[in-house]
Write a protein that binds this ligand. Structure first.
Ligand code: NDP
Length: 306
């Protein structure tokens, strides 16, 4: 990654030019940087940001100069000025700190669809969330526990375990032996669901820890991609469900984007959702943010402040 000066672009039809107040760092940025998700180069990273609209392109009627907007699935947010399509932007409610808005667009809407749109979760269900002190992990744990679900988590250090407990985890497990531990904690029944953004190192054991008809939600690969799976394993595991969802498919519809964004931003404003900013970096130190994130040295949300 290299910091470069370029001419501030003009917004095209249906686009906004935004002065970025804060850009979110997300694990997907590291997949794009490393080539795990191939992207034509050169490329400005950054799917998520919030800031003030400086100019609007042709045909834009929903937003105006001076509005504060945020988005969680754009491009080029690691910048002082970014172009965002109106289809991806939402208005940030008056009084909400743009840094907090930037912090929850991608990970918060992800937690929202994981809780509300993958499987019907009932009060009393027990689920496992890996990396409970991470960006998604802290938000997902809070939303699940508000929903009446009992949440077990994994975390990589005692400090992270403490944070995860603070977000509502009933039990924080070591990665070593988390599967049998989860089974013990469910009196042998197994888990209703596993939410796994870690991937390669946790997949097999998580699958084995599900209750019959349990759902494995594989939503990321922080430890590397999961190798091919034999569908027969889902049968022998007890008619299991395996899904590999992505935020893009849960906010493609404008009404759905607005539903998720408004619920998340409202929860932030009311204090129902506690947002932990685990680190802020100047734009020039974006590479350090990636090293820290990939090195498991972070908790909560990382922001770049241009
Ligand atoms: P996190 O803040 O959760 O950081 C990743 C965490 O994963 C680390 O802090 C670490 O926590 C844990 N981890 C375990 N093993 C490893 C490893 N070998 N290398 C690196 N980290 C490891 O990141 P995000 O909240 O940004 O993202 C979490 C996951 O969610 C990612 O896989 C990401 O791709 C995915 N995601 C998926 C989305 C979707 O829609 N599908 C949307 C958003 C995110 P610890 O030390 O506690 O183990």
């Amino acid at each position: 990654m290299r910091l470069e000066e370029i001419v501030v672009p003009d917004p095209g039809t249906g686009e906004l030019l935004v002065e970025v107040a804060a850009a979110g760092v997300n694990y997907i940025d590291t997949y794009q940087r490393s080539g795990q998700y191939p992207t034509p180069l050169p490329f400005t990273l950054g799917k998520e940001a919030a800031g003030r609209v400086l100019a609007v392109g042709d045909g834009v009627t929903e937003f105006a100069e001076g509005d504060t907007v945020a988005w969680g699935h754009g491009e080029g947010a690691y910048a002082e000025h970014a172009i965002v399509r109106t289809a991806q932007a939402v208005r940030v409610p008056e009084g909400t700190d743009p840094q907090l808005a930037a912090a929850v667009m991608l990970q918060g809407m992800t937690a929202h669809y994981l809780v509300h749109s993958i499987l019907p979760l009932a009060e009393g269900d027990t689920v496992l969330v890996h990396a409970g002190a991470g960006g998604v992990g802290l938000l997902l744990t809070q939303m699940l526990t508000r929903h009446g679900v009992r949440v077990l988590t994994t975390a990589g250090s005692p400090e992270k375990a403490e944070l995860s407990r603070g977000a509502g985890a009933s039990d924080v497990l070591d990665y070593e032996g988390f599967g049998p531990a989860a089974r013990d904690l469910t009196e042998g029944r197994g888990l209703r669901a596993v939410f796994d953004g870690v991937g390669a190192t946790t997949f097999d054991e998580g699958l084995a820890a599900l209750a019959p008809r349990g759902t494995f939600v594989l939503f990321g690969a922080a430890s590397g991609p999961v190798p091919p799976v034999d569908p027969q394993d889902l049968n022998s595991g007890g008619s299991l469900v395996l899904t590999r969802p992505s935020l893009a498919h849960f906010i493609a519809d404008r009404a759905e984007l607005e539903w998720r964004a408004s619920e998340v931003l409202r929860a932030v404003a009311s204090g129902d959702l506690d947002v932990r900013i685990g680190g802020t970096y100047p734009l020039a130190d974006a590479a350090t943010a990636h090293v820290d994130l990939e090195g498991r040295a972070t908790t909560g949300k990382l922001l770049l402040l241009p």
